[in-house]
Design a protein around this ligand. Structure first.
Ligand code: ADP
Ligand code: MG
Length: 357
């Protein structure tokens, strides 16, 4: 668990934030210049706060009043930045082993090669960073951070330089890293889709202050006013490839992969893991089971939450896992649905994007 109460005064900017974070994945979300990176750097120790205190797993790493300052390299924190910041002259293996080599032997809890394998990098160990794709580079950066056996992983917009297809896949890796290594993470992003997909809690920061700290979906509407990108909200979930016909491929999605959806034909083999993305504004909500529709996907669920603000409404629908659907105030009124009602999600197979996992 991390708790902090951090003040940082700079020319024309004041960061003043305090919170307690649990051992899950916490997202720090907010517009550019809000102070997200500054907060992360204070926790990592690369920036010295002006005042306050920071405690990680019961150990104070900083306290202004008690004059405590633990050097960054002694904080047991792994960091991953937007550009990966790999050493260009070292191959993948050397990059991953870099921090691990600096550790005293009794503190080496994770084997770099196992970490590399876990992140799907085993076949790239001899390559130099310049011969990797952007997504591969970020996986190396994650592996390098993990290999130092940190107690906490800080990620500062790790997907910002990647295209959409690569993002879902890395998000997936990060979720698996969290589950496998029980690694607490703080994940900075200005994409609400990423935040909802990966985090169990999200902190909204604006102008150096905490404006909200809640379940990620509850921050969706706040995000609109905070300058986040809500119009293109994407539901990102894990999937497994099923059967294909000439035109369509079935993908099983959800926690236990129990929901079958229809997608455009995918050149993939049954059983292959994928990441599925569906825009919140690509899904139609129906109060009763629709008949005679051309749309391939009609999935029953229960409304678990509804938020509305400024003519925009988001509903959260549970179909075994949570989906977010965007509609208008009028559509909501016409449907006459409320929390607890059964509804049907309707979307075309062509509205579903499928990425490699
Ligand atoms: P975010 O990561 O949310 O985009 P930052 O933490 O990078 O925000 O920046 C917050 C504020 O601090 C901005 O006003 C920025 O100009 C300022 N800032 C960032 N880095 C430095 C620095 N090294 N020195 C002085 N001011 C900085
Ligand atoms: Mg930043």
């Amino acid at each position: 668990m991390i708790s902090f109460d951090v003040q940082l005064l700079r020319d024309g900017f004041t960061l003043d934030v305090s919170a307690e974070l649990d051992d899950g994945i916490t997202a720090v979300f907010g517009p550019s210049g809000a102070g997200k990176s500054s907060l992360l750097n204070c926790i990592a120790g690369s920036v010295h706060p002006t005042g306050g205190s920071i405690q990680i797993d019961g150990h104070k790493v900083y306290s202004a009043t008690e004059k405590i300052w633990v050097a960054p390299e002694n904080r047991r924190i792994g960091t991953v930045y937007q550009d990966g910041a790999l050493f260009p002259h070292l191959d993948v293996r050397r990059n991953i082993e870099f921090g691990w080599r600096l550790l005293p032997e009794n503190e080496r809890r994770l084997d770099p090669l196992e970490v590399a394998e876990f992140l799907g990098l085993a076949h790239l160990l001899e390559r130099k960073p310049n011969d990797l794709s952007g997504g591969e580079r970020q996986r190396v950066a994650i592996a390098r951070a993990l290999a130092t056996s940190p107690n906490l992983l800080l990620l500062d917009e790790p997907l910002a330089s990647l295209d959409g297809a690569r993002r879902g896949s890395i998000l997936n890796y990060l979720k698996r890293v969290h589950a496998e290594f029980k690694m607490p993470m703080v994940y900075v992003s200005h994409s609400i889709s990423e935040v909802v997909s990966i985090a169990s809690k999200a902190m909204l920061i604006r102008d150096g202050k905490v404006e909200g700290y809640d379940r990620p979906s509850a921050l969706l509407l706040g995000a609109a006013t905070a300058g986040g990108d809500v119009d293109s909200f994407q539901n990102i979930v894990d999937g497994v490839i099923g059967e294909s016909t000439d035109h369509l491929t079935t993908v099983q999605i959800g926690e236990s992969f129990s929901v079958n959806i229809s997608t455009r034909h995918q050149n993939k083999t049954p059983g292959e893991r994928v990441v599925v993305s569906i825009g919140a504004n690509q899904i139609i909500l129906a109060a009763g089971e629709p008949q005679n529709l051309s749309a391939r996907n009609i999935i029953k669920g229960v409304v678990t939450e509804i938020w509305s603000k400024q003519g925009k409404v988001f509903t959260e629908v549970d179909i075994g896992h949570k989906y977010i659907v965007e509609l208008t105030e009028n559509a909501l009124k016409d449907l006459g649905i409320s929390v607890g009602n059964d509804v049907f999600l309707v979307f075309k197979s062509s509205s579903v994007d499928v990425f490699d996992a």
